[in-house]
Design a protein around this ligand. Structure first.
Ligand code: TTP
Ligand code: MG
Ligand code: MG
Length: 413
């Protein structure tokens, strides 16, 4: 008798209060306090750091950090720590409104470099344990547990615990994991025991654990669909499940109506899709001491050439060519500048990359000392498949500052 095929077990993992938790690694003295992340600029952070430059970041007194009530400016909150959420503040809320709810919460700006670093790190820790991982943005992934050793034990709890522990030990960050028969349910389940929780849902639990949830909890039912569902007096997932499929199709259209019916019954057979094609490849380095473009010209030049060689090597090894070449600098005051230029052909040649990157370097200010230098090649194609499309493709505007574009992540990335 052949053994039964393993039951499908799909996990959704989402980091807890991600941007805020990343800041807490740097400022552990703020643990347990209400903190909101927002305000965009790093100014606040820089002022504090300058004032207390005589000591490690972890010894800056709590009193030195700015309070939400003293915050001037508009802007919205990106995220809040769990203690701050008790006051009712959270993502996307205006800073002013939040200041009324939690005046004594601390405000810290986002450090995107740091966030990206930890994002890469937690994902690579997961991939070492369970290889089938789908990137769903800066702080979340789907993982196929089905064939992974331990992935079936206790419905996936054993493997989930292992992953949670590995991430915590290697980064100091916590996450929450939901394991279920499919992505749709796993995504909902990962929220059940936040923060630092694990939640196991089986197909038979849909009735008890999914049906009572408000319709918006289904990933794919947005604000517009919610309004329409409410008008039809459907408030919970169970309310949708109780409708005839045809009725949903009549009201929401053939494909959306049918999808909604399946979703409400917890049916979803989308696969976990591993790595999409890379959009860019880059190398960067932070110097041992800050360097000046003129006074340290030789040293800087050598590092620059080396970075170009490394990126070219990465491209060649992985079989990609690209046509947008860019640089990134970080000045000694932590400001960042990026420039890029799109050329008329695809390349993986270190000399070409060096030459174009050199042109980009001419377009930035070089009076201040530099902390970091990076080189990046974007608009990638597989080396064999890069057909010349220059003629019918509008080039990127010269001098345009670029943000890294990665599909499936927040706009900020
Ligand atoms: P989320 O995973 O939605 O939130 P979170 O990780 O902060 O908190 P939770 O424990 O509930 O998962 O988003 C991940 C990060 O993305 C978040 O830390 C900040 C950023 N983000 C924004 O920049 N804008 C937003 O509107 C949201 C929702 C998140
Ligand atoms: Mg999160
Ligand atoms: Mg998330």
């Amino acid at each position: 008798m052949p053994a039964d095929p393993p039951i499908r077990r799909i996990a959704h993992l989402d980091m807890d209060a991600f941007f805020a938790s990343v800041e807490l690694l740097r400022y552990p003295q703020l643990r347990g306090l209400p903190i909101v992340i927002g305000g965009g600029r790093r100014k606040v952070d820089e002022i504090i750091r300058e004032k207390y430059s005589d000591r490690p970041l972890s010894e800056i007194p709590v009193e030195a950090f700015p309070l939400l009530k003293d915050y001037v400016g508009r802007g919205v909150i990106t995220t809040a720590t769990y203690p701050a959420r008790q006051f009712g503040v959270g993502s996307a809320m205006g800073m002013m409104k939040a200041a009324k709810l939690a005046p004594d919460a601390l405000v810290l700006p986002v450090d995107f470099d740091e966030v990206r670093k930890y994002s890469r790190q937690f994902k690579s820790i997961i991939r070492e344990i369970a290889p089938v991982v789908e990137d769903r943005g800066v702080d979340e992934v789907y993982i196929d547990f089905t064939e992974v050793p331990g992935g079936q034990r206790e419905g996936g709890r054993v493997l989930a615990r292992l992953i949670q522990k590995a991430i915590q030990q290697q980064t100091g960050l916590t996450c929450s994991i939901g394991v279920a028969p499919n992505k749709l349910i796993a995504k909902m389940a990962s929220e059940f025991n936040k923060p630092n929780g694990i939640s196991i849902v089986y197909q038979d639990d849909v009735r008890t654990r999914i049906w009572p949830l408000p319709v918006r909890k289904i990933n794919g039912i947005g604000p517009k669909a919610e309004v329409k569902l409410h008008k039809l007096h459907l408030l919970t997932v169970g309310d949708i499940a109780a409708q005839e499929r045809e009725w949903l199709v009549d009201n929401f259209g053939k494909s959306y109506g049918a999808w909604m019916h399946d979703a409400a019954w917890g049916r979803d057979d989308r696969p976990v899709v591993t790595e999409s094609e890379p959009v860019s490849m880059s190398r960067e380095t932070t110097f041992d001491r800050d360097l000046h473009a003129v006074r340290d010209r030789a040293e800087l030049g050598a590092i620059f050439t080396d970075l170009c060689r490394q990126v070219a090597g990465d491209l060649q090894r992985k079989g990609y060519v690209g046509k947008t070449i860019g640089i990134k600098l970080r000045y000694d005051d932590f400001r960042i500048a990026t420039r890029d230029q799109t050329i008329d052909h695809f390349t993986d040649d270190p000399k070409t990359i060096r030459q174009v990157a050199g042109q980009c370097l001419k377009r930035v200010q070089l009076e201040r000392r530099l902390r970091l230098l990076g080189v990046r090649v974007g608009k990638l194609e597989k080396a064999g498949a890069a057909v010349e499309t220059a003629a019918n493709e509008a080039p990127a505007p010269d001098g345009a500052d670029t943000a890294e574009a990665r599909p499936g992540t927040l706009d900020l990335f």
